[in-house]
Design a protein. Structure first.
Length: 153
């Protein structure tokens, strides 16, 4: 299914309850109510900071601390279930891991959208001697449609 409302169409993996349970099992994590709920929130919510994830999961679970969510996210990052995007001067946001993609970042409100864009191979000869194990990313910075409308009003 394609992520809606984004700058580019980035295909996401299935995110139903059974798919989320299987993803937890595939990476060797025990399926618990809180883990399942937090991963489902990520699967449904796009880019969310810890407080937003905690609030959304707490609506269904009743009680859940931000510290518990941080710990779950650490496990999800270590096992490749989630990815983290650091925003300048704002809390980092997390999303469920999916196909490679880039990001568009609103410099006004901090909104992050997925962008279907390939990272080109480095053309600079100086980088040929580097071992590029960490990958690369492109961040498109600008104003999101909401902030653009507000600025024009």
């Amino acid at each position: 299914m394609a992520e809606s409302g984004g700058v580019g169409a980035v295909v996401q993996e299935p995110t139903g309850r059974e798919a989320v349970i299987q993803r937890l099992r595939d990476v060797g994590l025990r399926v618990t109510g809180p883990r399942l709920e937090v991963l489902q929130v990520l699967a449904a919510g796009g880019h969310m900071d810890v407080e937003s994830i905690t609030a959304a999961a707490r609506e269904r679970l009743g009680t859940l601390t931000s510290q518990a969510v941080y710990e779950m996210l650490r496990h999800f990052l270590e096992t490749g279930l989630a990815t983290k995007f650091d925003r300048p001067s704002l809390p980092a946001v997390f999303e469920i891991a999916g196909p490679p993609h880039q990001h568009a970042l609103c410099m006004c409100c901090g909104r992050v959208e997925n962008v279907a864009a390939e990272v080109p191979e480095p053309a600079d000869p100086a980088l040929r001697s580097w071992r590029m194990g960490e990958g690369a990313e492109i961040i498109f910075r600008g104003l999101c449609p909401d902030c653009l409308r507000a600025e024009e009003a």
